[in-house]
Design a protein around this ligand. Sequence first.
Ligand SMILES: O=C(O)CCC(=O)C(=O)O
Ligand SMILES: [Fe+2]
Length: 336
Amino acid sequence: MSETHTLSVPLSAAAAGTVVELTEAEQNEVAAVAGLLAAGGSVPGGIDGPGWLAAARDASVRLPHRVLAALRAFRHDAGPDGVLLLRNLPVVGGGPLPATPAVRGSVERVPTVAASVVTTAMLHLGEVIAFRNEKSGALVQNVVPVPGSESSQSNAGSVLLELHIENAFHDNRPDFVGLLCVREDVTGDAKLCTSSIRRALPLLSDRARAVLSEPRFLTEPPPSFGALGSVTPAHAVLNGDPEDPNVLVDFSATHPLDAEARRAMAELREVFMETMSALSLRVGDLAVVDNRLAVHGRTSFTPAYDGADRWLHRVYAHLDHRRSRVDRAGGGAVLG
Ligand SMILES: O=C(O)CCC(=O)C(=O)O
Ligand SMILES: [Fe+2]
């Protein structure tokens, strides 16, 4: 566990990474694509049924060119910040947005406009996946505050959510995490925080770099997996090219195995804080985080539980479906 449990957002913090703001015409094009998929709302099984993801894959090629180009470029190289922000996406069709759900494990089963938007976008970053033990294996999950879960280190909580790699404990963790804002936090306090190892690395001491590159850490599954995940074998926090490594850490679930490893992890958290960006997501913002290069978290906020709280849809993608085939019973999208 981290000792401090604060994320003080630097005053200079702003949106990180590449930002693409859709024009009204582009927004209408996306709405038309999503509208087709949402109209098929009666497909058996909805989003998680046998046919919808294939329909979404087909429809996804019709997204506006600038959106496709941004996603493709980000997939190739997520840049120094490891974050892509698409703004001004459509999130509702004809009717009003329903009340923000306030129950644990809430997911989207019916293909709404917003669910279709986030899925078609994420399909350009790889294969859309979910985990059987997390939010009942749903492909489109709700990120909402849940009464009674305030202090949970999960996306149902409202205390500060520590910086983390998504599902760090899992061998086939997602390569990209997409978070689409369908209702923004009225208080403005809830901010998505991201820090990239590309920004942080030059600020780390040589000793910390060396220690973080050794298998001196263990990572537990997050609370969203219930009791079902298992702790990793000892692993390094920095992997790959020492000059441009991947990072594997969750500051509430990764445990150093010795005192020096503890100090190195604390130093890493410090430099992540120094280089952190924080963003109050607006309605229609899709933030995509490269889960190899950037950690993410969220500042604390105070939900009202009145149906108007902050509401995101989360979708995962990974690049190599064959690599995870052993975990995907029947060849579907859900890892067991
Ligand atoms: O609420 C947020 O901004 C981020 C939540 C989060 O880390 C997640 O859903 O994976
Ligand atoms: Fe997360």
